[in-house]
Ligand binder design. Structure first.
Ligand code: PLP
Length: 389
């Protein structure tokens, strides 16, 4: 199989797997227990927290371990908004966030909060000026993702962070996709809340963290024990957290990212040489591993399924929306219509991607696109650029 869906999830790093094994078996103690088995689990948890805090450049007490990116986003959005309700009820986010943020905002709206959704430009970028213009005296929280999961565009988080800090508005960023490539040193980003997820970083699934700057008020989502400094009840996933910390040792350096970018560019050049193919999102302000392309007249789902039959794993966008017929909200937010949004295919590269795989993928996509255009029931003339009216 040629796996080009690293934005959906990554394989577990063998070092992480090895580090986790004892905590799933012999060292199974509950970190809240007082006896030796409990203390051993606590020590492992403390060690992992140290590693994660070091990576984020924060205090250990600012790291809240969660069940992943979705929970961290929910805790950031609902937890902060509900805790700050007496100060105001206005929240700002963007139209291109992951569903974990968008659905948390929908829940806040049902609770009586007002949410402003900023629209990106055609390249998928949000400007700090847009955020500044949307702030009102009622604004308590701003949430802008660091890099988009479908089109890989990178937002100016440090600038938005400084702006929010100056206006004393809590600022959250979903760094789930960005964290594998970009520095997530929270002080340099001026963020109050930051979401990460282990399974996008060659760690295990079902574990993540929320950075919460000291003093940031959060109403917990769960009622229960006092774990995670009373911000996230429930016995910690010790094995998963240990695996998460261990996976961070494999983070790519600048040379590896440059190699990834070179392979991605090779892929993009090959795909964009196919007639009537178009790139979604900025070419320069994007993650090194992301290529999101539409082939006019070919539904993304059809192409992804045809690629699967050829042994190539790609995606149509957000993994959790897979199977749903609803076209990408991200591509539509760029100003394209629903047909164009359904044409989007995401290829996301990772550690294991080779130049040979890229060349083979381009060759197969070229063949399939031409075949599907001839026989697959093109949805529109191939020269239309899919702009929404
Ligand atoms: N946020 C972004 C930007 C993501 O890409 C994802 C996963 O696709 C999530 C949040 C959710 O993370 P998790 O799968 O750990 O719940």
């Amino acid at each position: 199989m040629i796996y080009l869906d690293y934005a959906a999830t990554t394989p577990l790093d063998p070092r992480a797997e090895a580090a986790m094994a004892p905590f799933a078996r012999a060292a199974f103690g509950n970190p809240s227990s007082l006896h030796a088995a409990g203390r051993a689990a606590r020590a492992a948890l403390d060690g992992a927290r140290d590693t994660v805090a070091d990576w984020l450049g924060c205090s250990i007490s600012d790291v809240i371990f969660t069940s992943g990116g979705t929970e961290s986003d929910n805790l950031a959005l609902k937890g902060a908004a509900r805790a700050l309700r007496s100060r105001g009820t206005h929240v700002i986010t963007t139209a291109v966030e992951h569903h974990a943020v968008l659905e948390s905002c929908a829940a806040l709206t049902r609770d009586g909060f007002q949410v402003t959704y900023l629209s990106p430009d055609r390249d998928g970028l949000i400007s700090p000026d847009q955020v500044a213009a949307a702030l009102t005296p009622e604004t308590i929280l701003v949430s802008v993702m660091m890099a988009n999961n479908e089109i890989g565009t990178i937002q100016p988080i440090a600038e938005i962070g400084r702006l929010c800090r100056a206006r004393r508005v809590v600022f959250h960023t979903d760094a789930v996709q960005a964290a594998g490539e970009l520095p997530v040193r929270v002080r340099e980003l001026s963020v109050d809340l930051l979401t990460v997820s282990a399974h996008k970083l060659y760690g295990p699934k079902g574990v993540g963290a929320l950075y919460a700057r000291g003093g940031t008020r959060l109403q917990p989502l769960l009622d229960g024990g006092g774990q995670e400094h009373e911000r996230r009840a429930g016995t910690e996933n010790v094995a998963g957290i240990v695996g998460f910390a261990e996976a961070l040792r494999g983070m790519p350096d600048a040379d590896e990212i440059a190699r990834l970018r070179a392979r991605r560019d090779r892929l993009l050049d090959g795909l964009l040489a196919i007639p009537d193919s178009r790139l979604h999102g900025s070419r320069s302000q994007r993650l090194a591993n992301n290529a999101n392309v539409a082939f006019a007249g070919v539904a993304g789902e059809t192409l992804v399924l045809a690629l699967d039959l050829e042994g190539i794993a790609a995606g149509t966008g957000a993994a959790c929306a897979a199977g749903a017929v609803e076209p990408s909200h991200v591509i539509q937010a760029l100003g394209y219509d629903r047909v164009r949004a359904r044409e989007a295919v995401r290829f996301s590269l990772g550690r294991g991607t080779t130049a040979e795989e890229i060349d083979r993928t381009v060759e197969i996509v070229r063949r399939l696109v031409s075949h599907l255009r001839r026989h697959g029931g093109a949805e529109r003339p191939t020269d239309s650029d899919g702009c929404a009216a």
